[in-house]
Design a protein around this ligand. Structure first.
Ligand code: ADP
Ligand code: MG
Length: 383
């Protein structure tokens, strides 16, 4: 049974007819890693995996919600923050309601059933899919007229205020703005964005999930941010227009090389290179030049591994294997220290690559990686 049918049948069983279905997607980021907090570019797209929710106003001031994947039913009100539900999944829906109210929007009580097929915690942002799905649905059902940016911010604030995750805007942005066959270059400083064609005929995008998460991640993340701020501050003394590290030219970094620790220099070298690589990938996509796109992905991996030092043995292993097998592009996706590599693979090579990755990774590390095919697809929408 398809996910939408399963949701509909459960909805009818619990609440009767008359529901409407909404969907929103998880996301990939093709290139542009650790650039967001440096005011640089990211380059995400929505994927063909997401959340689908059936929803109907119920004439009360309460939400009655059923999660198919958790097999749990919850009722909650949302008039004040004290009513925060205990279930993690319900907190996302609650948070979206609260954030809409805080912005002066209307939220009437509703009944809902939802399910999803974004793997949880794999770096594909199942949580953004959940937030964007409900932000969009509640917005439409109550005639609030918030634009997509406001919906993305409602999702981001939900993470900040109700889920304890201080994330940037990229995930919710991609989930709300995604379009089939397009990636979106987002300038994290100005929030200007532009769509670029990504109809990679003859190629597949596949994620190989190492299924490891090394503990270092959050303290290392803060240290990387400090290094970047430190490098930017040194450059700013010569070039006051540098607000974020991404504003700096490569030669400006060289000018301050002996005034900052070598470690900070290497971090900044990666970031400045990465901002340029996003622009190069966009140019390459406009020419349909997927070989260059792939080469840039390898350069990003090299930078993340050797200069920014946020890779790990498992991810370097997967990247090296991809290179050895002539996969077009491969790099670690996300913050690092675990998670997935994103790979751009020629269709004829796909089977061999995936099988080799499973076999050789398992032989080396003792557990199987997971494999997710993704297709760049539409973002939040009514079905
Ligand atoms: P991710 O990287 O996938 O966004 P998070 O930890 O941020 O990982 O979000 C995962 C959380 O989102 C889950 O713990 C759950 O509360 C909620 N969630 C995501 N997808 C679903 C789903 N299909 N059903 C119920 N809850 C979901
Ligand atoms: Mg998340």
């Amino acid at each position: 049974m398809s996910m939408t049918t399963q949701i509909h049948e459960k909805f009818v069983a619990l609440f009767g007819e008359g529901g409407e279905q909404y969907a929103a997607a998880g996301r990939i980021n093709l290139i542009g890693e650790h650039t967001d907090y440096n005011g640089g570019y990211v380059f995400p797209g929505a994927i063909d995996k997401g959340i689908v929710a059936e929803i109907k106003l119920n004439g009360t001031d309460k939400v009655r919600a059923f999660s198919i994947d958790c097999d749990e039913y919850v009722e909650f009100s949302f008039q004040n923050d004290e009513a925060l539900p205990g279930q993690q999944w319900a907190r996302y829906i609650f948070g979206v309601c609260r954030e809409i109210l805080k912005r002066g929007g209307k939220v009437a009580g509703f009944d809902t059933v939802f399910a999803g097929d974004v793997p949880l915690g794999a770096g594909l942002s199942s949580s953004a899919a959940l937030e964007s799905c409900y932000a969009n649905a509640i917005n439409e059902l109550n005639g609030n007229g918030f634009d997509k940016f406001e919906l993305a911010k409602i999702g981001q604030s939900t993470e900040h205020n109700y889920c304890g995750v201080k994330c940037g805007i990229m995930d919710q942005f991609a989930s709300c703005f995604g379009k089939a066959g397009c990636l979106i270059r987002l300038n994290c400083k100005t929030l200007e964005y532009k769509y670029f064609p990504f109809d990679s005929k003859g190629y597949k995008v596949v994620l190989i999930d190492s299924c490891v998460k090394h503990k270092l991640a959050s303290s290392a993340y803060n240290k990387r941010r400090e290094s970047c701020e430190n490098a930017a501050a040194a450059i700013r003394k010569n070039h006051p227009e540098v607000e974020f590290l991404s504003d700096a030219k490569r030669v400006w970094l060289d000018e301050v090389r002996d005034r900052i620790p070598e470690e900070d220099f290497l971090r900044a070298e990666y970031v400045i290179g990465e901002v340029q690589r996003v622009l190069d990938v966009c140019d390459a996509l406009e020419r349909g030049d997927y070989e260059t796109v792939g080469e840039m992905m390898y350069q990003t991996h090299f930078g993340l591994s050797r200069l920014y030092e946020v890779s790990c043995e498992e991810l370097d292993f997967l990247n090296k294997l991809a290179r050895k097998m002539d996969v077009t592009g491969s790099r670690v996706m996300g913050g690092g220290f675990g998670g997935c590599t994103i790979n751009l693979v020629k269709e004829e090579l796909y089977e061999d690559f995936v099988n080799a990755a499973k076999e050789q990774f398992t032989a080396r590390f003792g557990h199987e990686p997971k494999v997710y095919d993704v297709v760049v697809s539409d973002g939040a929408r009514k079905l």
